[in-house]
Design a protein around this ligand. Sequence first.
Ligand SMILES: [Zn+2]
Length: 585
Amino acid sequence: MLWTRTFIPTMKQTPEGAEVPSHVLMLRAGLIHQVMAGAYTYLPLGLRSLRKAEQIVREEMDAAGAVEVAMSCMSPVSLWEQTGRVAAFGDVLVQVTLRRKERKVPVVFGPTHEEIITDLVAKHISSYRQMPITFYQITPKFRNEERPRFGVLRTSEFLMKDAYSFDASVEALGQSYQKMYDAYCRIFGRCGLDYLAVEAESGPIGGDVSHEFMVPASNGEDMIVHCEACGYAANLERAEVGPSGTPAPNLPMQPLCQVETPGVTTIEQVSRFLGCRPQDMIKTLIYTADGQPIAVLIRGDHEANDAKIRRAVKAQHVALAEPELIQRITGAPVGFAGPKGLREKVPIWADRAIQTMCNAVTGANVADAHLTGVNLQRDFQVAGFADLRVAADGDPCPRCSGQLALRHAIEVGHVFKLGTKYSEALGARFLDEQEQLRPIIMGCYGIGINRILASVIETHHDADGILWPVALAPYEVVLVPVNVMEPQTRQVSEQLHNELTAAGVDVLLDDRDQRAGVKFKDADLIGFPLRVVISERGLKQHQIEIKWRWDQESEMIDLEGGAQAILQRIRHEKATNQGFRSRST
Ligand SMILES: [Zn+2]
């Protein structure tokens, strides 16, 4: 391809409103153009990278035995009502009403496609003999993001690979899940991403087991914990906290004492007012668990984790109680709850950190008052101890003696065991070997294709621009003739271009009549992995100059056999990502 024949509108300035590197650099390198907040046009170079990411995903899905379909973006709202997801998605669901003569047809632009694929399967699969089967597609998805931002990291329209497995047994689902998990590792490995497969809650999509594929990056919107010692990784919702190992301090118990704390309710206020540390205080939170009130005790400097509380008390649903209920249970306004002297007897659950506290500060269950010198057993008893809090940086690892590190990350994929939620709601049943009718067991598996590109850029860029792995670069090689008007330079450049193209290398010839400095700057900004400079001076020695985007030094190679030498280097780098991986941001 010739530079002057394609369309590469590079920019020198940082575009307004672009904050994170991937957004800034994709705009500046002429990969994308903003249509409106949360919607982008992919320009020729951006589209080439997007298609390459898509193709890697397709190849690995095919290799894992999944079959490709393309479902309609539009589907009837009735399907989404049957699964309760109109309410579950709320404003995120993009809905429109089509006018068809006198009829009005309410339609959903799918954020994902469980309903559509399950409806298809319900109509065509009826026997265990037709399974296992996994369908996938790579199509645009729609979410009405309230705050679209960070360029292609968070948009209202995005390209997603979504896959759905259908199995006759839980064991078979386990195999389908593992195939997808392994395929994801190959996909993100080929893309050169330093990813982590983290344990995750299944979230609003339902089911019981899931993993998220996360790329640690300072601008990532998700938080994960990671133990470098053993590799344990989980998202914050799921992350377990290991036993602390610190024994209870052997201090004499102080007498229980009620102190006046007028209008002082938060941990920060109480700590300042009484001159005690947050870790010497106990937060008493009133929750409802499946409608029944419970009290949850968390150390003052820790955060309660609703998902852990839900699992510990074996409830379907937990939520913080409304102020009226809190007042009824504690007999005091919100902000003065404590485990001693609750007006109503409710089960008290405590985080494990409470076990080693002594002489704690708690609310007094009386307006404008707190208690000091509060001690477990003497002053209050609990129904049980459990890990009920959000993991924090430096917490002990639950799997080894290491420490958890808290990191920002970008979610690029997820794998879920869904179970039978959708097959039951939409009547996807099959006859098993005993001729019994049973709901099909499903899994679902997503990858954000645009986010693969954004993750690469967030983790691989420098002051000059993007660094691409060969597998995803818009072009693998850029040829830069220093002076295109010089006949021999031009002739050699074109010949190299033709030889490389014939050998299957993606090559762009910068045939602009521009100063070399301008072309070098653009090449670095866009981030072509290998730059080849053809100059009069070099040609006098029968040589051309090659330089990897991530290296400081260039290398002179012989023009004779030059195309072969370039081809070999590109093939090796594409297979290993060696140079690319050596230079992460
Ligand atoms: Zn560990």
